[in-house]
Design a protein around this ligand. Sequence first.
Ligand code: PLP
Length: 829
Amino acid sequence: MTTPKAKSVSKKTAGIKPTITTEQTPIAQALQNHLIFSSGKTSASATKRDWYASTAYTVRDHVIERWVKTVEGYREHDPKRVYYLSLEFLIGRMLSNAALNLGINDEVRDGLSDLGYQLENVVEMESDAALGNGGLGRLAACFLDSMATLDIPGTGYGIRYEYGMFRQTIEKGQQVENPDNWLRYVNIWEFQRPEHTYMVQFFGKVVEYPTKNGVGYHWVESESVVAMAYDIPIPGYDTHTVNNLRLWSAKATREFDLRQFNDGNYEKAVEGRNATENISKVLYPNDASASGRELRLKQQYFFVSASIQDILRRFLLKRREWNELPDKIAIQLNDTHPAIAVAELMYQLVDVHRLEWAHAWKLVVKIFGYTNHTLMPEALETWSVELFGRLLPRHLGIIYQINHEFLQMVNHKFPGDTDLLTRVSIIDESNGRRVRMAHLAVVGSHTVNGVAALHSQLLKTTLFADFNRIYPGKFVNITNGITPRRWLNQCNPQLTSLLEKVIGAGFQKDLSDLSDIVPLAEDKAFRKVFREIKRANKLRLAQRLEKVTGVTVNPDSLFDVQIKRIHEYKRQLLNLLHVITLYNRIRSGNADSITPRTVIFGGKAAPGYWMAKLIIRLINDVAAIVNEDPAVGDKLKVVFYPNYEVSAAELLFPGSDLSEQISTAGTEASGTGNMKMALNGALTIGTLDGANVEIKEEVGDENIFIFGLTTDEVAEKKASGYNPWDYYHANAELKQVLDMIATGFFCVDEPDRYKAIFDNLLQKGDHYLLLADYESYIATQDAVSALYKDQEEWSRRAILNVARVGKFSSDRTIGEYASKIWKIQALKR
Ligand SMILES: *Cc1c(COP(=O)(O)O)cnc(C)c1O
């Protein structure tokens, strides 16, 4: 790092009283003031972290100014509000994003530069807020950005995990999980709100008491936990709106402390306190299957109850009729994780605020919308009735009542169809009695949406086919999107300024404007500049790869990138089969004809997902052999980029040539990595799955590489008795690759290491049809390699991808939620 060039600065600040000098911009002055008054440092003793802090405080001041005015405006105009309930918000770093959205990026950069620092370096000091696993959490973060940008009165509610997603390191080729202690240093972007605390109850029992029109319920002898609010401001782009993300932290109650202290047991008091506060300690990494961990259900109820109490408190600030509730609030459930909110709102309305059951239910169903994110049966949440009833006895009773009335309605509509009743019941009686959270969410919501056209269609014909008959019109599609602020402007400033130069800056708020560059795809000079920018981004990535992994890569090779959670359905293994195929071709003397490639993988495996971790290990074992083989040279390199997170993604997407979106058709609900790639000028190789289908529609069949079985063909193949051995015997290249894996070619010290992978593919039926899609995938990869040799044509198609993916802005997505589901208007100031 450079030392500050302005030596006079330290003299000025040494006198403590900051002096306004004419040669400094207000931002440069503010940076110095914060260094002194917020960090207690002078520029002589300041570390890079101190400069990060003063930069963050400086930008934050601007955010807060707009934030308090936004809050005031909401209070004054009392608009309808939407509450986005999500167990995950993968927001990443905040400094650059806030500076960009506020339009003060250049001033901040210049201010720092006057003091001898580079913004890019300072920004690196911020830890990612990794409060999510992957796509679902990142979607929630993109939605917050778009709601603020569109001036929609929206609030996110979630949990302030003390430890976010684990930090992944690779040791001896294997994933090691390290705690993500992201709050080790003070978090400048959060504000503790001790005045907003709520009691959340657990355990205990329910007692009935007579009321004038029947029976009421008391939840008694429960244990209480305090939920304390922490607020994070979410600034919109090019607007004065700054919305709020409210995260809950668990604190032991004072009462709890006193009880224990009075028993004279100090240690036990502290111990119990810790146990209580564990509720917001860690983010659960999602696993191969939804698990029955009690703490996870506690987390769900904890944040849902606090949020619903907070929502009702805000509603009741003004005197009004309960009937107005659906006119003032909409609540969106991000997957089933917060679905218990349906029961909690009933609990609050009926038991606490004493509404009639029927009246309360009418309101509840007008308030909730539910977004489904998966069709995979193992990912659908259920809880054992035993656990549910022990933890939340009153809510189990409420769910029984909801279910009773629902089944009565179904029976009335489809008399005598008892199989239907069994299938749609909120309680699964077949399976040791479990509460089906997806069914609760469907019954309790007025609208259910899937996240891409194909996915929403499949919801109606498979998972929710019965519900679609019961509730025609309840199921809709809203295709996912990504925020162009973070995923174009912030991560790819060079491409952004090129685009601004040729079509103006309007595309940042209306991404469909990008279509104006379509004609430039035919412009040779434009293609050249476009290519130079891609090259610069690849160089930046190559430098980082070398620094992080020690692998030197050729920036002129094709950067073939698959970055996403490691999961069998996403088929990183299929990609690896291609890598090994290329390796074999090189070894058998065909190196000359090969298009040089750098194949980059990144992604975390859930700690309990053994097969996913084995795949990571195989990638690294293959990399070790391939990268060291002198016969390969720089024709092929394989790199596993460790600890894939938002800040890594911001580097990887702009540096990619080829976007791997190769899930088995019908398994990826939407995907959003596919959108980020295309927006940054990568071509896609993908199956007709999730949003790939719509990307193809937008960019045109000629500008995307589609391969493999379709959803229908997958179903047919499975129905007609799929036999992976047929493919193994029919394709010599495939057989060779699989035999190498089975016999330990990449792990001579332990030849059986990957036997389980071979067995999964051949003995256990190859659930995700890698072998069935292999030949088509390889042929398509060959077409990719051939096209890459024609750089002009490659660039032409890459430009058309950028030009035609405007649909995938999360602004468009949020606009659709607002009009179709939330019925909410913008509040412009
Ligand atoms: C976009 C994104 C994802 C989702 O990627 P998919 O390819 O859609 O699975 C996951 N993690 C991070 C950090 C992202 O930015």
